[in-house]
Design a protein around this ligand. Sequence first.
Ligand SMILES: [Zn+2]
Length: 217
Amino acid sequence: MTTHHPDLSTLMSYSAGSLADAIATVVAAHLSVCSHCRQQVQEAELIGISLLEELEPAPMSDRAKDDILALLDDTEQAPVNSRQEQNIPDDADVPAPFRPLLGYYLDDLHWRYMAPGLKQFVLPASGSSNLRLLKIAPGTCMPSHGHTGSELTMVLRGSYSDELGRFCAGDVADLDPDVQHQPVADTGEDCICLIATDAPLRFNGLVPRLLQPFFQL
Ligand SMILES: [Zn+2]
């Protein structure tokens, strides 16, 4: 049961394909567990299509036509994944869009130590974006920080609380650059989050600022 969802503007940008790759993959992970947001994206897509239908058609060069047909040919070869997806273990806890890359279980990942109570697993991301999994030990307090860009976080296991509320598995925190927060993992179990940022974080304390280059945050 998710209570925190991405902003409507984020879902609209997702349906228009205009989000940074890292942010879009977190949205995709949330959509794989949230029918409410899938519905919103579907509606946004319908709005996009009706807008397209109102545009005056423009002539297309033969070269552009060939490119589009080649792209469609490539897309038709995609269903390999759906065959793999048929053998999904019931207790798989890696979000569906990441399974081809990470496998099925978060516990099987090669977690790297960052600081006491904090481990990370860095995922490939393009441009200035950052995509990572954080594993936060129960009760661990993250350094207070702001953002120079957007941050989209999805909780995969456990829960954390900050100035904005309590976030449990499936919830998404969709943070604007002006939000300052200090997440604290709830007690009981590790909190594992999937986090995408499209610009470096802005730490308030001196020590986190000094350590930032080593954490690659
Ligand atoms: Zn949702």
